[in-house]
Design a binder for this molecule. Structure first.
Ligand SMILES: NC(=O)c1ccc[n+]([C@@H]2O[C@H](COP(=O)([O-])OP(=O)(O)OC[C@H]3O[C@@H](n4cnc5c(N)ncnc54)[C@H](O)[C@@H]3O)[C@@H](O)[C@H]2O)c1
Length: 251
């Protein structure tokens, strides 16, 4: 099946890494559904892709709300067609010392990052099963591999994604569906820049010193890995964790 007949959904695809992924998949020829919870943001991002000759539509939904996910995927099927690629990228990354983290903080992070992944994948995977073909790609975090202070809830949600990937890869490997995770680290996105500006993160120069390749990552670095995993070249790759981190964690 060629990419231009396929539909890819990217959660959190209006900003940062998700936006780079949406742009790249559109360049690869996919019809891209951008899903995000901020009103108007996904539509604006889709318009930008269309202005550059790609096919994209924007949709508003909160991935932690199963009803919203089910109804938005139904609209995507009607407007773009059956899904072939699901990219679960939407996440929140709050920073709070463990002892100050309330049960509500913990549950909110888990609900968006982990249950949100479950909602999107379970709601969409029936399309992949119908075609006996598909790609599920999650975006985790290096905090799940090496820890992160003040981010126990986030790291736990991202670790859950790694286990989810392995379980699903085993469950669906006979049905033409691959399930993999890309694990970014130190990608310079607008949300990271915001944390830097508020003093929650060191400067680009300081961070770059600790990354073996000597620079922070870009959204395009992650998008390239997703493009590969979404392609036919990756049909023998499943249940894997692909770390894209400039060598900062070698596991
Ligand atoms: N930037 C990094 O250095 C880095 C490092 C490791 C992992 N990651 C992971 O990469 C992904 C993207 O990170 P980013 O830096 O681009 O973050 P970002 O905050 O810029 O983007 C996250 C996107 O998800 C959307 N989103 C959040 N909650 C949502 C919800 N409930 N429903 C729908 N959409 C929702 C936001 O609106 C936003 O568009 C995340 O999964 C993050 O954990 C990023």
């Amino acid at each position: 099946m060629s990419a231009d007949t396929r539909v890819a959904v990217v959660s959190g695809g209006a900003a940062g890494i998700g936006n780079s992924i949406a742009i790249r998949l559109a360049q690869d020829g996919f019809k891209v559904a951008i899903l995000t919870r901020t009103p108007g943001a996904a539509e604006d991002a889709a318009l930008q892709i269309e202005e550059h000759g790609g096919v994209a539509r924007g949709y508003q939904a909160d991935v932690s709300d199963r009803q919203q996910v089910d109804s938005v995927l139904a609209r995507i099927r009607e407007e773009l067609g059956t899904l072939s690629v699901i990219v679960a990228n939407a996440a929140v990354a709050p920073k709070k010392p463990f002892l100050e983290t309330s049960v509500e903080d913990w549950e909110n992070t888990l609900r968006i990052n982990l249950t949100g992944t479950f909602n999107l994948v379970q709601s969409g995977i029936t399309d992949l099963l119908d075609q006996n073909y598909g790609r599920v790609i999650l975006i985790s975090s290096s905090s799940a591999q090496r820890g992160a202070p003040d981010m126990a809830a986030y790291a736990s949600s991202k670790g859950g994604q790694l286990a989810f990937t392995k379980a699903l890869a085993m469950e669906f490997s006979r049905q033409g569906i691959t399930v993999n995770t890309v694990v970014p680290s130190s990608i310079d996105t607008p949300s990271v820049a915001k944390k830097r500006a508020s003093g929650q993160m060191p400067s680009v120069e300081q961070m770059s010193k600790f990354i073996p390749v000597g620079r922070m990552g870009r959204g395009e670095d992650i998008a390239g890995a997703v493009s590969y995993l979404a392609s036919d070249d990756a049909s023998f790759v499943t249940g894997q964790t692909l770390s894209v981190n400039g060598g900062s964690f070698i596991g």
